[in-house]
Design a protein around this ligand. Structure first.
Ligand SMILES: Cc1cc2nc3c(=O)[nH]c(=O)nc-3n(C[C@H](O)[C@H](O)[C@H](O)COP(=O)(O)OP(=O)(O)OC[C@H]3O[C@@H](n4cnc5c(N)ncnc54)[C@H](O)[C@@H]3O)c2cc1C
Length: 401
């Protein structure tokens, strides 16, 4: 089987890339080892389309938490104790990006991608109305630490000067925006509100968009594990089943697994799997409509239709996406402490873990060599960035060689 372009990986990034390529008149085959689209990190992530808030993971505030992180006393983080050179190199590169100047530059570059994604999402939904629990309830970042809130307010003021709708609220104003915060208002130093931020179910997005694209000629190969890539004028994907798939060009959108597939081609991409967990629970008696990020506890609450998605935790260097019951219990405890009435915490709910593909600077890598283009490394904001980097990758594919 052949196509103009093979896209390896059917998460939000691969599916969005397939759409961007087909819009340019190319024939596309989407290949994934899973049984359907959106079953990797894109399955049950936090659901936030965080268009106005794109802070890089490596930051001065993270560096301050480093002693607790290394001592494993900070519940939001775990760091694998490994001593292989690639792992240590990545950690050093990551911490180097935590300096104030790098953090500001990386967060700003992310903001540019996110705002582009918002415009592209509006265009996509105008062209192809699909149902994925998409809503624009805005987002509130809750701060309990007065110093951190002051710093965040200064950044919000700078964003507003650049025309981004975001404002700092005192606790009373935050409760006016989201009455579900009334019970915890006394704990808050303040909140940052971005009314234009959205939410949506990434798995449903992938599934519905693939259905649409299939009706327009998209070929799909699910249950197809790629063992090896043969580069060349027409790249070939060698499957574990023994089969081969050939395309005029190849786009790799395989999330954290991309690094291992690209290494034999002499292409190093600095991507670390950072595991996170989520719970999907029935809404509680005081469930927020606005999407919430608890900055200190590093948690998100996101209403997806009649479900409450709660996501968080960052386990650096953990390669397995099996949900860890101990970490799920930590997530549930932190969420209950943060917003006790947001969800029905007595329900076990589907437990899920996914691997964020994180680069040291928290920015995706979109690059082309010969007939191979990569679109990887979207970290904790891949749902937010997917449409913008899909467009970048599609433009690289159609460029003359
Ligand atoms: C707990 C958690 C919460 C998050 N919350 C948010 C959020 O609120 N907002 C946000 O913007 N982002 C969020 N993210 C980040 C976001 O989920 C990721 O950045 C995004 O899903 C990455 O998409 P992807 O398509 O690159 O990877 P994936 O969705 O992982 O897709 C990669 C695909 O490649 C396939 N694949 C890999 N290797 C092979 C192979 N050898 N052969 C065949 N197929 C292969 C996999 O099966 C998979 O389907 C969160 C992540 C986590 C873990």
């Amino acid at each position: 089987m052949t196509a103009d372009v093979l896209v390896l990986g059917a998460g939000v990034v691969g599916v969005a890339t397939a759409e961007a390529l087909m819009r340019r008149g190319l024939s596309v085959m989407l290949v994934d080892r899973a049984s359907g689209p959106g079953e990797g990190a894109s399955f049950a992530n936090g659901g936030q389309l965080s268009y106005s808030y794109t802070d890089a993971l490596a930051s001065p505030s993270l560096l301050k938490r480093l002693p607790g992180i290394l001592a494993a006393t900070d519940p939001a983080f775990r760091v694998a104790r490994r001593f292989d050179p690639d792992y240590l190199r990545w950690c050093l590169a990551f911490f180097a990006q935590g300096r104030a100047g790098r953090f500001a530059a990386n967060s700003l570059a992310g903001l540019t991608l996110a705002l582009r994604s918002r415009a592209l999402m509006e265009e996509l939904l105008a062209r192809t109305p699909i149902d994925f629990a998409h809503a624009v309830p805005g987002k509130l970042l809750l701060h309990e630490d007065a110093g951190a809130f002051r710093a965040a307010s200064a950044i919000a003021a700078a964003k507003r000067e650049s025309g981004i709708e975001v404002r700092a609220l005192n606790p009373g104003e935050a409760v006016e925006v989201e009455p579900a915060l009334a019970a915890i208002a006394s704990r808050l130093a303040g909140a940052i509100f971005s009314p234009g931020d959205a939410v949506g179910d990434p798995h449903l997005f992938c599934a519905r968009l693939v259905e649409q694209l299939e009706s327009q000629g998209l070929q799909t190969r699910f249950g197809a594990t790629v063992d090896r890539i043969e580069p060349g004028n027409q790249p070939v994907l060698r499957l574990s089943s023994g089969g081969r798939l050939r395309g005029q060009q190849l786009v790799i959108a395989a999330g954290p697994q991309a690094a291992a597939l690209l290494r034999p081609l002499g292409w190093q991409v600095p991507i670390m799997p950072v595991r996170g967990h989520s719970l999907t629970l029935p809404p509680g008696p005081s469930a927020p409509r606005v999407s919430i990020t608890d900055v200190g506890r590093k948690l998100v609450f996101c209403r997806l239709g009649d479900r409450m998605r709660i996501a968080g935790l960052a386990d650096v260097g953990f390669n397995s996406n099996a949900a860890d019951p101990v970490r799920v219990a930590a997530l549930r405890a932190a969420a209950h402490e943060s917003l006790p009435d947001a969800a029905d915490y007595a329900v076990t709910g589907p437990l899920w873990a996914g691997l964020r593909p994180v680069t040291p600077d928290s920015l995706p890598i979109v690059a082309r060599r010969g007939a191979i283009t990569v679109n990887v490394g979207h970290g904790g904001l891949g749902w937010t960035y997917a449409l913008a980097t899909a467009e970048q990758a599609a433009m690289l594919v159609v460029q003359e060689r």
